[in-house]
Write a protein that binds this ligand. Structure first.
Ligand code: DGL
Length: 280
């Protein structure tokens, strides 16, 4: 491996466009960093797929990002972080940061009653990754997890203010009514877009923890520690976006998630992506 340097980009990947919530957090915190984002829009969602498949996809994408000379890989997808992070960390020569640990650390830090709630996709919740991470930080924590599979399509359809969202949230969040947690981890890339609705339904006494925002802080700390932080000069970082498909309403969804239109956008054919099988 050639030596890494601070001028190299940070690689970020997600199952689709939801991970742009993490890109936004990174741009806010680290405006000089160059970013290369990969959204697997041809194969989204990951949340209902088997662990084996998500691990395979995560390896392919990380290999692709390595080819783009990134200095670090950020796994923005909660599902991929839950099931593939360890395997990626064992196989890549560069630092790999996921969203589970940063979110867990923040939830433990803000909880006073030692009750933490977690919401995520079916795969993330089934993996128990958040529970394990929280208990590794503080074994006295009580963690209750709830899969919310309908929320991703509702966000993609841009229904955040619709009564249907409130009804769906009331149904999902009622598990937290007894022994109410005082912190709730938004354990999915899409949930930050529903923050106001989630807060309204769960109540203002519960602190919502955005795993993506917390991850941006950890990325900064790791890069700083390794002497790889790009915080010099006045030029903003350059951002490149790769996707495996341009699905219907792509432009609309992408710019809604980023808050502006996506520039420097490229498509990577699935056959090309699938040829990236090995990490080294
Ligand atoms: N990005 C996924 C996550 O954070 C949500 C969308 C999907 O299921 O792929 O878990």
């Amino acid at each position: 491996m050639t030596a890494l340097n601070s001028e190299q980009a940070i690689g970020i990947f997600d199952s689709g466009l939801g991970g742009i919530s993490v890109v936004r957090a990174l741009i806010d915190l680290l405006p000089h960093e160059h970013l290369v984002y990969f959204g697997d829009t041809a194969r989204v969602p990951y949340g209902s797929k088997s662990n084996e498949t998500v691990i395979r996809f995560s390896h392919q994408i990380s290999s692709f990002l390595l080819d783009q000379q990134v200095k670090m890989v950020v796994v923005a997808c909660n599902t991929a972080s839950s099931v593939a992070l360890r395997s990626l960390q064992e196989n890549l020569d560069i630092p790999v940061v996921g969203v589970i640990e940063p979110g867990s650390m923040a939830a433990v830090a803000v909880s006073h009653n030692k009750q933490v709630g977690v919401i995520g996709t079916a795969s993330t919740i089934r993996s128990g990754a958040y529970s394990s991470a929280i208990k590794a930080i503080d074994p006295m924590m009580n963690v209750r997890e709830q899969a919310c599979p309908l929320l991703v399509p509702l966000v993609e359809e841009d229904w955040p203010h619709d009564g249907v969202v409130t009804e769906v949230l009331e149904e999902y969040l009622k598990v937290f009514a007894r022994n109410k947690p005082d912190s709730l981890i938004l354990g999915c890339t899409h949930y930050p877009y529903l923050k106001p609705a989630i807060q309204r339904v769960i109540g203002n006494d519960v602190k919502l923890v955005d795993s993506g925002e917390e991850t941006a802080q950890v990325v900064r700390d790791v890069l700083e520690k390794l002497g790889l932080l790009n915080d010099q000069g006045s030029d903003p970082g350059k951002h490149r976006f790769y996707v495996s498909d341009f699905p219907q309403k792509f432009e609309e969804t992408a710019s809604r998630f980023l808050g502006r239109s996506l520039e420097n956008l490229f498509k990577v054919e699935l056959e090309v992506l699938e040829s990236y099988k090995h990490l080294k």
